[in-house]
Write a protein that binds this ligand. Sequence first.
Ligand code: GDP
Ligand code: MG
Length: 439
Amino acid sequence: MLDGVREAVRKFLKSSADYETAVNAFIKELQKTLIKSDVNVRLVLQLTKKIKERALKEKPPPGASKRDWFIKIVYEELSNLFGGDVEPEVKPKKVPWVVMLVGVQGSGKTTTAGKLARFYKVRGYKVALIAADTYRPGARDQLRQLAERAGVLFYTEDVDDAVQIAKRGVEWAKGKGAEVIIVDTAGRHKNEIDLLNEMENIAKEISPDEVMLVIDAGIGQQAKALAESFHKRTPIGSIVVTKLDGTAKGGGALSAVAVTGATIKFIGTGEKLDELEVFKPKKFVARILGLGDLEGLLERLKEVEESGKLEEISQKIIEKGDLTLEDLYYQIVSMKKMGSLKKLLQMLPGVGLMGGNDLLKQVDDKVLDKWLAIMNSMTIEELRKPNIINRSRMRRIAIGSGTSVKDVEELLKHYNMSKKMIKQLKRKKGMLAKLMKQM
Ligand code: GDP
Ligand code: MG
């Protein structure tokens, strides 16, 4: 359903049109897709207005492309639509807490009932499952088995009246001291009216604290009508989107959210009992937008941020006008996090200016690992005042790090050279600042 959004992201990132044209084209595409997905028009316009405002106002950090930054904005605003950073409250507001599951046949209600039972049991609650689907043959046995596997209380009756089973079941569970009581219902009847009537009657009898709508992620456009028809009869309090493992879709959930005003609480990501996750809006939207692309993009942006940090470290060193082995250590560690030696070469203060490029060209990742090992074998005092490292200390460090005295000497040689460069740099800082401005 929201495949269109993913396609638009791909197009946007590849487009050769200028930034503004590409942004406008993307926003049009986004509006079209969301409206086609039955998302409330006002909601769509609000969303795209906000995206556009931010896109014009915000400047990407140095090193990040405008387009990557724009997609990040889209990602954040879409996430806000689903609740942003706020994770749903899954803790029962009181006990006993009665949950009634509704949804069409095959959406995953019974499976979800079992998963929820396990979820709350693991969190220390006494849980009971009530099987009130008298329409589907075998439905009660299916839930009985799940209850056994989850190790929770179970109740059903071999009668046709689902309303009575639910009513007596909840009473029974309360009597047993259950704290979370989950009622599984039918998803199909002789006809839709009968099904909805039954749901309404069960709700009237048991007054659930929460009606959970279970929808299959693959359901698409029907989600809206479905959610609406249930919502009219049994006001939906929360939503579970199932089978998100099998599809990257799930956009229908957006319509269900919009039409019921309920929030998504859980997602199902497989058939097993433990394959239930508390819904995380950002993760979900990443999925809708095409996880692969987005992960790479967010990774790239993170790298830019990290390199910003590295620049900060380097800047402090220049200002101090001195370098200790400790500084060098942190510089290497943060650079290794970025995973790119080339970046370090470009970023080490003044390397190019001071003719240090050749020296650093010989430095590869293996050498850096060795240096880190050597520095790990030094005492804090040695790292802060490297000039105390004499021959015997060198021998101790070499043994401790599984290297040779020659290796230690090499590191110290590199360190002394860098230190000299920094000292010169400090003196020439005025000149450097001027040079930087020209670049
Ligand atoms: P109900 O008719 O609504 O009670 O649906 P069921 O719980 O019987 O589930 C229907 C089918 O969907 C079963 O084969 C389940 O194993 C499967 N199912 C339920 N939830 C998930 C899920 O999150 N992922 C996958 N892959 N399958 C699921
Ligand atoms: Mg069922």
